[in-house]
Design a protein. Structure first.
Length: 155
């Protein structure tokens, strides 16, 4: 087993008020529903258990779950850090940062992913390229779904 890492930072202005964006980002069920490749997120209060759909990496189907400690600063920031549980091979560290931007909200998402996978270190370039592609696809899908959810006006 080898630990592979990938990170992503993105910033966008979401054309909706900060309280509406916060309402979505602080709801584990909605975040799961809006994020491609996430099967579920179970809210245990200060921790969220994330379960991902199996992801194909170098011909192997990898199913992952990880527990994140969640710290909420209402309508400003969500910080998540890996709260290692037995058997977990993945963890994420990151933040959602919200700020006013005109009538909308500037949302900055910064995350780093570490995954312990059954590949040799020699496979690092290919595995990390796959990880970056998956993270990018999840981000694009999440952004699109977040906009749709907010446009519905449910928050």
């Amino acid at each position: 087993m080898t630990v592979f890492s990938a990170s992503k930072r993105s910033t966008a202005v979401v054309p909706h008020p900060r309280d509406a964006v916060w309402g979505v980002l602080s709801d584990a069920g909605l975040v799961a529903k809006l994020t491609p490749m996430v099967r579920s997120i179970v809210d245990h209060g200060s921790t969220w258990l994330w379960k991902l759909a199996p992801i194909e990496v170098l011909g192997k189907s990898i199913g992952l779950s990880f527990t994140e400690h969640m710290e909420f600063t209402p309508q400003e920031r969500i910080v998540y850090s890996h709260a290692q549980k037995d058997g977990e091979r993945a963890g994420v560290e990151g933040t959602y940062q919200l700020a006013d931007s005109g009538a909308g909200t500037r949302l900055t998402i910064d995350l780093g992913v570490d995954v312990d996978l059954p590949f040799p270190k020699l496979a690092k370039p290919a595995v990390q390229a796959s990880m970056h592609a998956v993270i990018a696809a999840m981000g694009v899908g999440f952004a699109r779904n977040l906009e749709r959810e907010l446009a519905r006006g449910g928050h």
